[in-house]
Ligand binder design. Structure first.
Ligand code: NAP
Length: 490
């Protein structure tokens, strides 16, 4: 059984300066564990240890294929403990075991892909423009801060820690307050796999103090942040003051579009998965559904029927499709959005409340909800609810559709359902989004870059180039001219 009371500071397991906090199982409100909380002094210590570890000659000089072996060992260890990680993450977040298993395996895959990419990542000889040879090489930044949200902890931790280590940095990881357990477990796995001490610190604690101290710390050279847009903007402002690179993976309000020629069974399955899996707590949730008016009412009737049949229950129960939300406070926030939409005149087609009865009353559950008749300017169409709430909107012509789909501060993802590939391609290029899925939704690949436009973020994660985001480029000029430079000779 993992001891969660200690935090991981510069390679040492010890009590955090911030005391202890409770992790609550949202399925029934029970205590999962008490975990250690860091203080600002712990941040100072972790950054100092990170600098020592990152500067160590053995780590700095470690050849990429040797460092890749270490990343492979971490990936293997995550996979070997995937069941344990999944059970822990289900208790901490409420998510279904099917999902947390997939997240653990995806974290293992992230380490392996990053290892393979690292082994084959070339520096470049650039085309010479004079009597010299020119090279573009890449070096580590030093100490990187990684700040992650609560919705997919092990996967988001891996998505930042793997490329940051591959690039030769030390990492200070701050998980979300509500879901710190799996990140502490992750630290134990990474340590046991042989990562030299000091290269990873895991500091649970409040964003406003511990997270803020990491961002402001003069010894931290980059922040990789995933979370809400409000927090992301605050971090970007501080990064601007420090002239520090920052990558931001932020919120979304993604449109999903259904044309009359779509394969309707596929579209319904994809839309349901896109908004109701993870109980809608997904940055790329397809939360705005645009359906062509000619099929809108029939399509919605089928969607509502299928949605009402979804199995809502504990994440540990086999067959559960919609698990509780991460926290009671978050469930109440989701409920408030739906109530406000109703007060604004929108119609609740299904759901719209917490389920009642034995097994539900003690948990943070919310029924999968479909809303129609909302004004596109209203909060339910414009703001990220981050829960199992879908708003359906009819459309007539494509120009108006594009204008409405793009009428959002966000630009994270989009789904298009049609059999007309030329139309799908043309539309995909007109939608302001970092990712567009055509005839599928919420599918991920570590080999494909991911990120948002507009207020959904800056920078990209994943892909071979994902490692570069944690490096600084340097140019080398090698003089080859047998003659001295002419200027000094007059
Ligand atoms: P959040 O409130 O912004 O928190 C994210 C992380 O930032 C947490 O670890 C939080 O710590 C920390 N934090 C809060 N205030 C901070 C500050 N002033 N300085 C430094 N760190 C601070 O977001 P959330 O509610 O946890 O997560 C949900 C959001 O994440 C949604 O908007 C979702 O769309 C977004 N998200 C985006 C992606 C993507 O890839 N684009 C993926 C997943 C989630 P505490 O928990 O201790 O407050």
């Amino acid at each position: 059984m993992t001891d969660f009371s200690q935090i991981f500071v510069g390679g040492q397991w010890r009590a955090g300066g911030g005391g202890l906090a409770d992790s609550i199982d949202p399925a029934d409100g029970s205590l999962v564990a008490r975990h250690g909380v860091a203080s600002v002094a712990d941040v100072d210590e972790a950054v100092a240890a990170g600098h020592r570890a990152a500067a160590d000659a053995e780590w700095r000089g470690m050849l990429p294929h040797v460092r890749a072996r270490l990343l492979h060992r971490i990936g293997d260890a995550i996979e070997a403990q995937a069941e344990e990680i999944a059970a822990l993450q289900t208790a901490d977040t409420g998510k279904t075991l099917g999902e947390t298993r997939a997240l653990a395996l995806s974290a293992a895959g992230t380490f392996r892909y990053t290892a393979a990419a690292l082994e084959t990542l070339d520096d470049a000889l650039t085309t010479p423009r004079g009597p010299f040879m020119t090279m573009s090489v890449h070096e580590p930044i030093g100490v990187v801060g990684a700040i992650t949200p609560w919705n997919s902890p092990i996967a988001s931790d891996a998505q930042k820690v793997a490329p940051a280590l591959a690039a030769g940095n030390a990492v200070i990881l701050k998980p979300a307050e509500w879901t710190s357990l799996v990140s502490l477990k992750f630290a134990r796995i990474v340590e046991a796999a042989g990562l030299p001490a000091g290269l990873l610190s895991v500091l649970p604690g409040p964003g406003a103090t511990v997270g803020d101290a990491i961002v402001r710390h003069p010894g931290v050279g980059k922040i990789s942040f995933t979370g809400g847009t409000v927090t992301g903007k605050r971090i970007a402002a501080i990064a601007g003051e420090k002239l520090m690179p920052v990558s931001l993976e932020l919120g979304g309000k993604s449109p999903t579009i259904v044309f009359p020629d779509a394969d309707i069974d596929h579209a319904i399955a994809g839309i349901m998965f896109g908004i109701f899996s993870s109980s809608g707590q997904s940055c790329i949730a397809g939360s705005r559904l645009f359906v062509h008016r000619s099929i809108h009412d029939a399509f919605l009737a089928r969607l509502v029927e299928r949605t009402q049949a979804l199995r809502v229950g504990r994440g540990t129960q086999s067959g559960t499709q919609v698990a509780p939300l991460v926290h009671f406070a978050h469930r109440d926030k989701v409920a408030a959005y739906v109530e406000a939409a109703q007060a604004d005149g929108a119609r609740i087609m299904c759901g719209g409340s917490a389920p009642r009865g034995a097994g539900y009353d003690d948990g943070a559950y919310y029924l999968p909800t479909i809303i129609a008749g909302a004004d596109h300017a209203s909060a339910i169409c414009q703001e990220e609810v981050f829960g199992p709430v879908l708003v359906a909107i009819p459309f007539d012509d494509e120009d108006h559709l594009v204008a409405q789909a793009n009428d959002s501060v966000y630009g994270l993802a989009c789904g298009i359902w049609t059999r007309d590939f030329a139309r799908a391609y043309a539309l995909a290029r007109r939608i302001a989004a970092g990712t567009v899925w055509i005839n599928t939704y919420k599918q991920f690949s570590i080999s494909t870059p991911f990120g948002g436009v507009k207020e959904s973020g800056m920078g990209r994660e994943k892909g071979r180039e994902g490692i570069r985001a944690y490096m600084q480029q340097k140019s080398l000029y090698w003089g080859l001219d047998p003659q001295p430079l002419p200027w000094a000779n007059g």
